[in-house]
Design a protein around this ligand. Structure first.
Ligand code: CUA
Length: 342
């Protein structure tokens, strides 16, 4: 992205320099050329349509070119390419926390492979921060209460500055870190070290612990939507709208379940606002995502008879496991932890 941003930036600088120089020169030249001499009477010149069209038309073309050029870059920057690897980021006063899908956790240091698209899914635990990597020309606000996302494609291995670019309190200037870009082999070596379970498996534990599996069941007896194969799909809501089930929707549904009810279901889920850390929410999001693309097994079924009072989910077959990562453990017959009714 850096080449695109720089080209636009240098064009703007050159354009500005050209007009600054041209106008300054004209002022000087006319001051001398038309200074008060023998004839103090000015000659009045009346309008010229051709001239007015020219000095409106040329700037119009220039600014529209800048607008279209900038818009193209903006769209490139805001739309992460398909297949990008995903890394979760939580900003807080005053540090950066990163969570890799494979389970590595880092603070103020972010390891990424060179030559791959990386999508950051970011949120803040407290106030507004801004994820800024000058070398990548990436700067995106990190907001409490929602996910924002950005992406980059590092090309050269090395260490790059990471800054917070939004004033966030006393230690704002100390909220710095490093992005460590490794070549593919080094990254592979780094990624294999010291991991105790993927993000999705941590999410699965929360899913059991908080009793989500009581209602989000894979059989047809659930009181809540079946989440297997659901991530990334279109969802029909009870008010007729259609939503894509993305990270933000999962997050909102955990913290504010009544906001977007899936058509055919009742607003019966309690909120988990204030009960989950951002990391736990991220784990659950990663788990729902893994359920969606077949890289996690189905939730452990809970043997609780359905009263019949609630509509049932249409049965969906889990999609085939496509990941080359080792799969999660197969569903157990009994759940490890009794799910609590909330
Ligand atoms: Cu975080 Cu400034």
């Amino acid at each position: 992205m850096a080449g695109h941003v720089d080209a636009l930036y240098f064009f703007l600088v050159a354009l500005t320099a050209f007009f600054t120089a041209g106008i300054s020169f004209a002022i000087l030249y006319f001051s001398v050329r038309y200074r008060k001499q023998r004839s103090p009477e000015a000659t009045q010149v009346h309008g010229s349509t051709a001239l007015e069209l020219l000095w409106s038309g040329i700037p119009l073309v220039i600014v529209m070119a800048i607008f279209v050029w900038s818009a193209v870059i903006f769209f490139m920057q805001t739309r992460p390419p398909k297949g990008a690897m995903e890394i979760y980021c939580v900003g807080r006063q005053w540090m950066w926390k990163f969570e890799h899908v494979e389970g590595q956790r880092e603070i103020n240091e972010l390891h990424v492979p060179a030559g791959r698209d990386v999508r950051m899914i970011m949120t803040s635990q407290d106030v507004i921060h801004s994820f800024f990597v000058p070398a990548f020309r990436v700067k995106t606000d990190v907001l409490p209460g929602r996910y924002t996302s950005t992406w980059f494609h590092a090309t050269v291995p090395g260490r790059y500055h990471l800054f917070c670019a939004e004033y966030c309190g006393t230690q704002h200037s100390g909220m710095i870190g490093e992005v460590v870009v490794l070549d593919a082999a080094d990254y592979q070596r780094w990624a294999e070290g010291g991991v105790d379970g993927s993000l999705a498996s941590a999410g699965e534990k929360s899913f059991q612990h908080y009793g989500c599996a009581m209602c989000h069941r894979t059989d047809t007896a659930g009181r809540a939507p079946n989440l297997v194969g659901a991530f990334g799909k279109q969802v029909l809501l009870d008010d007729g709208r259609t939503m894509t089930l993305d990270e933000s929707y999962v997050r909102e549904s955990i913290l504010n379940p009544g906001a977007k009810i899936v058509s055919g279901f009742k607003n019966i889920m309690p909120t988990f606002e204030g009960q989950l850390s951002e990391e736990e929410v991220i784990g659950l999001v990663a788990y729902v995502k893994a359920l969606g693309n077949g890289t996690a097994g189905p939730p452990i079924p809970v043997s609780e008879p359905n009263s019949g009072a609630y509509p049932v989910t249409p049965k969906t077959e889990p999609s085939a496991v496509k990941s080359d990562r080792p799969g999660p453990p197969a569903p157990r017959a009994t759940r490890a932890q009794p799910a609590k009714e909330r």
